[in-house]
Every structure is written in C-alpha cells, then in structure tokens.
Design a protein around this ligand. Structure first.
Ligand SMILES: Nc1ncnc2c1ncn2[C@@H]1O[C@H](COP(=O)(O)OP(=O)(O)OP(=O)(O)O)[C@@H](O)[C@H]1O
Ligand SMILES: [Mg+2]
Length: 503
C-alpha cells in the first residue's frame, strides 16, 4: 500500500504548523522524518492518522483520495500511529490496552479476550515483540510499554506505522532491540515513518530521510549521502557545532553532601543502598547507569519528592533530609524532572502559568498575596524568547506546545532563577540538536557561575560531554567514579561499570 501526502497545510490560529507538504511512503521502507522542535512533524503525522483534519491538500492511498474523520477511519485504512507521549492506560493489562477502543463493536466477552491474548502472543512471535499479555502496564519498563503500543497498532492490521520519537525514552540497549523490530516490520512490507532527533539513529535505520523546517519540507536524501553535520544544518538552517568545548574548572565549596542514604521503592524494595556523595560549587557531576538502578530514587530523595529511609542530605551546610519540596526549591535547588508531563508541567495551564508554577508566590510576581499576572507574563515572555520556545504567545496551553518545546519550558523555568544546585534528569530528552547545544551551554554557564550540578542521563554521550566527574550507579550503589575534568574517560570503561563489571 502506497500513501501519498499532497500539499498538506495545517494552521493553528496564527501558526502554520504545516505548509504544502508533499511526502510519499512506500511499503518495505523506513522514512526518517527530521526537524527542529516545533517544525511540524507530529502535526503532519496527526493528519495522516486521522487525528487532525488538513486545512488544505489531500491524502491518497494507492492513488485514491481519502478523508479521515477520525483515527478509527485511518486505522481501518491501515494507518496506525505510536504517539510521542504514550497513550496506554496504566492500570489495565497489556491485552486490555490492546483491545481498547475496538471492543464495543465485537462485544468483548471472555472468549474474545482469550483470542486477543493469543493474537498478542502471535504478533509478539512474528516480530520479536515479546510481552506478557496479562502484565499490568504500570509494572512494565518503558521499553516494553513501547512494544505494547506497537502491538496495539499491528493488532489492527496496520500496513503503515508512524513512530513518533519512539527511542526518546529507550536505553541504548533497548534502542538496538527496537531497531531489530523495526527492520522485521519493514522486511514484512510495512511502510514506516520514523521520527527522531538522534541523527546517528536516523542514519542507521532510515532508507530515506525528509527534513521539515518551519512546517515545510526543506530537504530529502539517501542516508548514504548524508552526515550528522549536513542533517543538522538542513534542520536548523545554519551549521551547528556538535561538540561543546568545555574547559576545566577547579571545584569549590561543598554544595550538596549525601551521607549513607537509603531510599526505598513504592513496594519497599531497596532503590538506593547506602550512598554517599558530594557535589561542589563549579562542578558538573554526571550520574550514569542503566535505567532502573536507583538513579531516579536518588534524585527524588535529593529534591524532596521521595522520603529517605535513612541517611542525610545536607545542602549548604544545612540538613534538609526532611525538608519540603517547596522549601528546597526556595533555598535554590532547581529540578528538571525526568517525566515532563507527570511532574514537570501542567498541560492545561498556559505557558505563563507554568513558568511561575513554583515561584508565583515570590515577590517578583505577587503583591499582597495576589499574583500580578502582567508581571508573570512579561517574565515568561522573556524566558520563552531566551530559550527559543517556539510559540505565538505565552497564553498558549503548555499541552499545545510541541514535545520538545514543553521540555524547553521546564528547563527555562528552572534555569532562570537564583540557584545553587541544579538537579537535571534527562535535561535534553526530545530536544533537537540546536536546542541541546543551547541547554548544554546554559548548564555549563550555571557551573561557571558557581552552581553545583547533578545530571542524570541515559545518553552516555551527554554525560561524557558535560561532566567533570562521573558516578556510575548499579543496583542502588555507586560502583565507580571517573575523573572527567581534563578529558572524558574511556567510554567503554564507563559502559562496563554500568553493566556491573569492574572497569
Ligand atoms: N493543538 C494545537 N494547538 C495549537 N498549536 C498547536 C497544536 N498542535 C501543535 N501546535 C503547534 O504547531 C507547531 C508544530 O508542532 P508539532 O508538535 O507538530 O512539532 P514537532 O515537529 O512534532 O516538534 P517536537 O520535535 O518538539 O515534537 C508548534 O508551533 C505547535 O505549538
Ligand atoms: Mg513532536
């Protein structure tokens, strides 16, 4: 089945998210779709999967124009999408999520569910997407949840699969497994659209690449003829420096001191097992580790989102182990959380409201206990322009920003106030190369102004590029420490210790 997009245009008020876009998807081919944050990738694919109606242009399947009135019709025509932010119901099982939305037509009785379970297993076997049909979604790692999203689309017999930033939340190991799945789908004759900001990934997996800028296609090519540098330049419209040029700096006083910290998971299992560490002024400490080795719990305990079972957290000489999140925040601790939609922002609030989410009570914005909104809005507009948040105004709901611009909103909020300690978890997840460059420079600038910085990232390259010192976590403990002040340590040595092997 061949799909053709012809002259597709989509506007949101003053924003032209897509302008006269032409694109062809062919069976047995992976089309890589690239573009800056807000370039219009998700919007374009949302039209193809029936979520949005184009303002102009048309979609043709095997030469015939189609007009989808909703995702149901697109799916019936064989087009399925795995969205940038997962849409699974956490308290339902895998098979319940897979059948969700199609069960009323078939009357889901006991037998249907049994049949669906068998089909889930069959799809799993066919494409290497193994998952237990009865597992609860919330109990599964994101990499497996990802598989469920794909099974859901395949269950509806899609011939065209749209994958919107599928690797953003995966570990490097999971990415390789995921590529195997994508290849087996392609070899089975599916047409695949693959959206990512990771240039090396797109060069590895795509058969053809199209680049969007400001809603328009600005370039197309064969990965064999392209490099990371040429792709970055096509996307941004100017050359992008892909290296940071960090200079060594001597660390100063102790900002944060963690002693014998023990933190438990929700189910009382050990997450952080007696960790001690300190972070100094003018120092970036990178926290490396395979996801699920306690890094998130450690960060939650430092920022106050999770209680410590024992041990102490000392900040600027003061014991803050039992201190509230708000108080920590007021003391100058910034936090860029791992999961932007769950703990970073409120999708239904405007950009301005989100920008002052944790400072609205401040003298800068409030008078006699009342928020003076003009002040907040002026400040938000300034931060938005500084951090290049692509939006027509600060009155837009944060949920209507593109994914990467939501991330920039959180980073802008946290880095634009007085801080002494910045705790950044996955700070550049979902950002385009230009934005990553900018955020990295801001983090370095904060370091050079004397902040202590803790960065957790599943991108080892990001840790290596930024850190002055690297701590590796494995099974709740710090198992290795690397000095990276003068030069980054050997990548494979860090990788080995991440796998629990002595470096
Ligand atoms: N429902 C909406 N209402 C208003 N504006 C919207 C809506 N959806 C998208 N936009 C705007 O359309 C533009 C394109 O957004 P889109 O989400 O398609 O970008 P993207 O290329 O997917 O970016 P990212 O890499 O950050 O995910 C942005 O300016 C965005 O704010
Ligand atoms: Mg997007």
């Amino acid at each position: 089945m061949q799909v053709e997009l012809r002259g597709l245009t989509k506007r949101f008020g003053p924003v032209v998210a897509n302008r006269a876009v032409d694109l062809v998807l062919k069976p047995g081919e992976v089309l890589g779709l690239l573009g800056e944050n807000g370039a219009g990738k998700s919007t374009l694919m949302n039209m193809l999967c029936g979520l949005y109606t184009p303002d102009e242009g048309e979609i043709l399947i095997d030469g015939q124009p189609v007009h989808f009135k909703g995702p149901g019709e697109a799916i019936a025509a064989g087009i399925g999408m795995v969205h940038q932010h997962f849409m699974l119901v956490p308290v339902f099982s895998v098979v319940e999520n897979v059948v969700l939305g199609i069960e009323p037509t078939k009357r889901l009785d006991f037998l249907d569910l049994a049949k669906a379970r068998e089909q889930v297993r069959e799809i799993g076997r066919q494409y290497g997407l193994e998952v237990d049909p009865d597992a609860l979604i919330e109990s599964l790692p994101v990499g497996v949840q990802q598989r469920v999203e794909i099974i859901k689309v395949l269950f509806r017999s899609a011939d065209v699969l749209i994958l919107d930033e599928p690797t953003a939340v995966l570990t490097p190991q999971e990415v390789q497994e995921f590529f195997e799945i994508v290849r087996s789908l392609r070899d089975d004759g599916k047409a695949i659209v693959f959206i990512t900001h990771k240039l090396n990934e797109i060069l590895e997996i795509a058969d053809r690449i199209s680049v969007l800028r400001n809603g328009e296609i600005v370039g197309e090519g064969d990965p064999a003829d392209l490099t990371k540098e040429t792709l970055a330049e096509m996307m941004v419209g100017r050359p992008v420096s892909l290296s940071l040029g960090k200079t060594a700096r001597a660390p100063g006083e102790t900002i944060l001191d963690v002693r014998n910290l023990v933190v438990l998971r929700d189910d009382d299992r050990m997450a952080v097992d007696n960790i001690s560490l300190s972070i100094h002024s003018g120092e970036i400490v990178g926290l490396a580790g395979v996801q699920g080795n306690g890094q998130s719990a450690l960060i939650e305990a430092i920022t106050g989102l999770r209680q410590a079972a024992s041990g102490t957290v000392t900040y600027l000489g003061e014991d803050i182990t039992g201190v509230s999140v708000r108080k920590r925040h007021r003391m100058g601790i910034a936090h860029i959380p791992e999961d932007r939609l769950r703990s970073g922002l409120i999708a239904d609030f405007t950009i301005a409201e989100n920008m002052v989410l944790d400072t609205y009570y401040d003298d800068r914005f409030a008078q006699a206990g009342q928020v003076v909104w003009t002040r907040a809005e002026r400040w938000a507009a300034k931060a938005a322009s500084e951090f290049d948040i692509r939006t027509p105004s600060v009155f837009l709901k944060a949920g209507n920003l593109s994914g990467g611009n939501q991330q920039k909103l959180i980073v802008a909020r946290e880095l634009s106030r007085e801080t002494k300690l910045v705790v950044a978890a996955q700070p550049t997840r979902g950002l385009d190369v230009g934005s990553i460059e900018y955020i990295h420079r801001r983090l370095l600038a904060a370091r050079d102004e004397g902040d202590g910085i803790l960065i957790m990232s599943s991108e080892l390259d990001e840790i290596l590029a930024l850190s002055d010192r690297i701590l590796v976590m494995f099974k709740g403990r710090i198992v290795a420490e690397f000095d990276a002040r003068e030069a980054p340590p050997d990548k494979s040595a860090v990788g080995l210790s991440m796998a629990g092997m002595a470096a």
